[in-house]
Design a protein around this ligand. Structure first.
Ligand SMILES: Nc1ncnc2c1ncn2[C@@H]1O[C@H](COP(=O)(O)OP(=O)(O)OP(=O)(O)O)[C@@H](O)[C@H]1O
Ligand SMILES: [Mg+2]
Length: 336
């Protein structure tokens, strides 16, 4: 069991409407936790779905909630939205109890449900307009959601004609209506082919920047999530096994980090990097250099790359061996 995040959190400020904001001692204001959950338990008949779920999500982060089927991801997200009442434990979203302040929370949280059901006969725009009106929003919000989610070409199309990838875009358009402060995305890439998965993850990255929103994404499809997420929570059989920023987790679990750098001068870049003490190995090919760094040293390499970019004509940097994949097996694989 890890330490409870609440142990290091203090109540800092109470705003006029009674909203309580948490912050971590010694951290800057950006590190505010927008979700804090402690010891959540939830039973469905004979199934104990959550057995004491404790975690926090920092403001501005993109956090992956990772675990196998049945781990408790959807149950946790439903509790955060006030759609399910936990049997015991504490949970606060923007300082509010989701069960008691569900309406308020759902007003500032955008959600993509795991298995959304849409009226097949409606057009994309009709459904988005309907959802916008329900939330008291106007045509500008509707157009913005269509544009940001890349649905302009399909705005007039019937929902029944959309591919799975575009159905997910529709779900995302509905989630971002009204500029939410937090996005909860339950398996946004499930059942998509690899190209569509990439497109959706790219879209989420762009939206995160564009809307300046905190994102919590649940998934059991790991490697690609590293494109979007800077933090992770690993959950299995109703318990959080570990959590933290990817850098912290990688350091803690001695995770492998391999990066492929596309460059016009692979040999020169390789001979420069091999001398650094945080570099474990270097492999050169005609147009790239594959670098493995010591555990937890990826940020050092990344800042080095941005300094050396011009000197060696660096064109692109790709993550070769996903740290998340590696971490997933280290944290969850061992526990199974
Ligand atoms: N409404 C319900 N009634 C009975 N059991 C439920 C209900 N909802 C969830 N469960 C059970 O609780 C456990 C956790 O389910 P949950 O849906 O939270 O898992 P998950 O991590 O989202 O899994 P998946 O990756 O398959 O979506 C599972 O054993 C599931 O069968
Ligand atoms: Mg689920």
């Amino acid at each position: 069991m890890q330490n409870s995040p609440l142990m290091s959190l203090r109540r800092k400020r109470t705003s006029e409407d009674g909203e309580i904001i948490f912050y971590r001692k010694g951290h800057s204001i950006e590190k505010l936790a927008v979700i804090v959950s402690r010891n959540l338990r939830k039973r469905f008949g004979r199934i104990q779905a959550l057995r004491g779920v404790t975690f926090s999500v920092s403001k501005g982060s993109a956090t992956a909630l990772l675990g196998p089927n049945g781990a408790g991801k959807t149950t946790t997200l439903k509790i955060l939205l006030g759609l399910l009442k936990p049997d015991s434990g504490e949970v606060e979203v923007f300082g509010m109890d989701p069960w008691r302040k569900g309406d308020k929370i759902r007003g500032i949280v955008g959600v993509l449900h795991e298995k959304p059901v849409y009226p097949q006969w409606a057009s994309v725009r009709q459904l988005i307009r309907y959802a916008a009106r329900l939330r008291g929003l106007g045509e500008m919000d509707e157009e913005r959601a269509i544009k940001l989610s890349g649905l302009e070409r399909y705005a007039g199309a019937r929902i029944s004609s959309l591919s799975r990838g575009y159905l997910q875009r529709l779900g995302i358009a509905l989630a971002i209506l009204g500029d939410p402060e937090l996005l909860l995305l339950d398996e946004p890439t499930a059942n998509l082919d690899p190209a569509a998965r990439m497109e959706i993850l790219n879209l989420i990255s762009v939206l995160k920047e564009e809307l300046d929103v905190t994102v919590l994404i649940s998934s059991h499809i790991i490697p690609e999530l590293e494109m979007v997420c800077d933090s992770a929570i690993f959950i299995n059989e109703g318990l959080v096994l570990d959590q933290g920023s990817l850098d912290e987790l990688a350091r803690k679990h001695n995770s492998r980090a391999v990066v492929v750098i596309r460059t016009r001068n692979p040999r020169k870049l390789a001979s420069d990097l091999i001398g650094r003490d945080y570099v474990k190995s270097v492999e050169v090919s005609s147009e790239s250099v594959k670098v493995e760094v010591m555990p937890g040293e990826l940020p050092t390499l990344e800042s080095e790359i941005s300094r050396l970019g011009g000197k060696y004509g660096i064109e692109r940097v790709e993550s070769a061996a996903g740290r998340l994949q590696d971490l997933y097996w280290k944290v969850i694989g061992v526990a199974r």
